[in-house]
Design a protein around this ligand. Structure first.
Ligand SMILES: Nc1ncnc2c1ncn2[C@@H]1O[C@H](COP(=O)(O)OP(=O)(O)O)[C@@H](O)[C@H]1O
Ligand SMILES: [Mg+2]
Ligand SMILES: [Zn+2]
Length: 366
């Protein structure tokens, strides 16, 4: 790896942060450790994120905290009126975007599904419109949508389920009797590819879809990324509000990676947009093998030139870091100090690091 350029935030002070300088190497995988309440979210999500966003928007190589506060009206209970939460932010203007990949749900309506979120459902509909039977009937791609009139089931308007309206009761849904939850009108059932109609394609898992779409390199690549991310068991048409927080976060991550695929042409022309990614606890709910897949994905983002910051408790993930940051030593007022920032090996030697003993054990060094 070449010598990194750096992102530097000096004198970070907000809530319990004690006015330290933060140095982040660009195009690296950076892990942030520290006990609950140490100040990790405060530093990265509540301070660095808005400040870097402002530096990007204004194209400022050296952003002063005072300028940032004046321009954005940034404030926090812990700060005196108009006081700056840092001294300077240096180098953030080289990013294209700051992207916080959170665990918020990705869609409130059952009309959103992993396939629509990833953008591959448009391609699948376009493909179905090229089938001879579709052409004979004059069906265009929009006919294969469950969101517009034409191909969708009109009884449920393509939702696949019907809301029961009962006073004083939480919303309850029943599968639609007419389409049996498939979302489509009956006449769409006999337009098939490899014996599957559009409704049955939405019932494929991503594991199955990799093979099903093996003739279509982009579709199969995107489905493979879902498998690589440990989401191969989801179906293309599962309604988004039913995804867990961890699943939603990984779906967002895969979507980010597919943007990387899409800009391949851009990159070969030498234009490489670099983003700053911020993730919190992406391994929640993952088995060890899926953790490894996730780590692989994070490395791919770094290989594309992005800088990835992961707030993480999982030791297996920490051991994968190119660069590690530890905040502590405790939570609340007894935290907010920079215990260590640098390569992993260096952390093992830090005497007052609460994480170091566990990492030494994990790596078999005492
Ligand atoms: N929105 C907030 N307003 C006031 N204090 C907060 C807020 N969020 C966190 N804190 C306090 O700031 C300190 C650092 O918290 P936080 O950044 O959430 O730690 P971590 O992410 O490392 O668990 C804690 O003492 C916490 O109680
Ligand atoms: Mg936190
Ligand atoms: Zn229906």
């Amino acid at each position: 790896m070449s010598t990194p350029d750096w992102l530097t935030l000096t004198e970070a002070r907000m809530r319990n942060l004690k006015g330290f300088d933060l140095h982040l190497p660009l195009a690296r995988l950076i892990m942030v450790a520290g006990p609950s309440g140490a100040g990790k979210s405060t530093l990265f999500r509540d301070l660095l994120h808005p400040a870097a966003t402002h530096a990007i928007k204004t194209g400022t190589p050296v952003l002063r905290g005072a300028t940032f506060v004046k321009a954005t009206g940034f404030e926090d209970e812990s700060l005196e009126k108009n006081a700056a939460p840092f001294n300077t932010l240096i180098g953030a203007n080289t990013f294209k975007n700051v992207i916080e990949v959170d665990q918020d749900p990705i869609g409130k309506t059952p009309r959103s599904t992993p396939a629509t979120y990833l953008g591959i459902f448009d391609q699948i509909r376009r493909f179905f419109a090229t089938l001879p039977e579709a052409k004979t009937r004059g069906h265009t791609a929009s006919r294969f949508s469950f969101n517009t009139k034409g191909g969708r089931c009109e009884t449920c308007a393509g939702a696949g389920r019907i809301k029961l309206e009962m006073a004083f009761m939480p919303d309850t849904y029943l599968p639609c009797d007419d389409c049996r939850g498939t979302r489509y009108a009956p006449d769409m059932a006999d337009i098939t590819w490899k014996n599957k109609n559009i409704a049955q394609v939405l019932q494929l898992t991503f594991d199955e879809a990799v093979t099903f779409f093996d003739f279509h390199s982009q579709l199969s690549q995107v489905c493979q990324l879902m498998v690589d991310c440990g989401l191969g068991y989801l179906t293309l048409g599962q309604s988004s509000p039913t995804l867990s927080g961890g699943e939603a976060q990984r779906l967002k991550l895969v979507t980010e990676l597919t943007h990387g695929l899409a800009t391949y042409r851009e990159r070969s022309r030498g234009a490489q947009p670099r983003n700053l990614y911020l993730l919190e606890e992406p391994t929640i709910g993952l088995h060890l093998s899926d953790c490894e897949k996730l780590i692989h994905l994070l490395h791919s983002l770094v290989d594309q030139g992005h800088t990835v910051v992961v707030i993480e408790h999982h030791l297996d993930l920490l051991a994968e870091a190119d660069y590690i940051i530890e905040l502590g030593p405790e939570g609340g007022p007894a935290g907010g100090e920079m215990i260590y920032q640098g390569p992993l090996a260096g952390l093992l030697k830090i005497k007052n690091s609460p994480t170091a003993p566990y990492l030494r054990k994990k790596l078999g060094k005492s």
